[in-house]
Design a protein around this ligand. Structure first.
Ligand code: NI
Length: 156
């Protein structure tokens, strides 16, 4: 396991549409394990493959209640809405207000290729939407309610 370098805004890799992950082998497992370490170290809520330079459709989410690995995820239903601050490990020291669904249901595969459905509410729904957007080259700042004013934090 290893910490991977997180790609920062300005790199074209964050704007590409990722391709379907077709193999569920040791190589994928290794990358997912590295992503877990990288996410923990960065203290984020989620990380998508393109953020470590891999243009494949998978991401991980951990909002404090356990790690979720989503391979080829698709949002199959959504409900309600929530408006709140959002950040991204690829866009350091910046937070903006984004409106997202309050509840989403995601269909995905696990690291062995088995299909499953998972529901997320609140912060988890926000994280699912944010990470799945990354797989299509979409960043939260594209959807921000306050594009013009970004809150700068002291660190970095
Ligand atoms: Ni992000």
């Amino acid at each position: 396991m290893a910490i991977r370098n997180i790609v920062k805004i300005g790199d074209d890799v964050l704007r590409k549409v990722c391709r379907t992950q077709l193999t569920f082998d040791d190589k994928l497992h290794q990358i997912l394990d590295d992503m877990k370490d990288t996410l923990e170290e960065a203290q984020g809520a989620g990380l998508a493959a393109p953020q470590i330079g891999i243009l494949r459709r998978y991401c991980i989410v951990d909002v404090g209640d356990g790690l979720v690995e989503l391979i080829n995820p698709v949002i199959v239903s959504q409900e309600g809405s929530q408006t709140g601050d959002e950040g991204c490990l690829s866009i350091p020291s910046r937070y903006e207000t984004v409106t997202r669904p309050m509840k989403v249901t995601v269909r995905a595969q696990d690291r062995n290729g088995n299909s499953f459905t998972i529901m997320g509410e609140g912060l988890k729904a926000r994280a699912f939407c944010h990470e799945i957007d990354h797989l299509d080259g979409v960043l939260y700042i594209d959807k921000s309610d306050n594009k013009t004013k970004s809150i700068k934090f002291g660190r970095k």
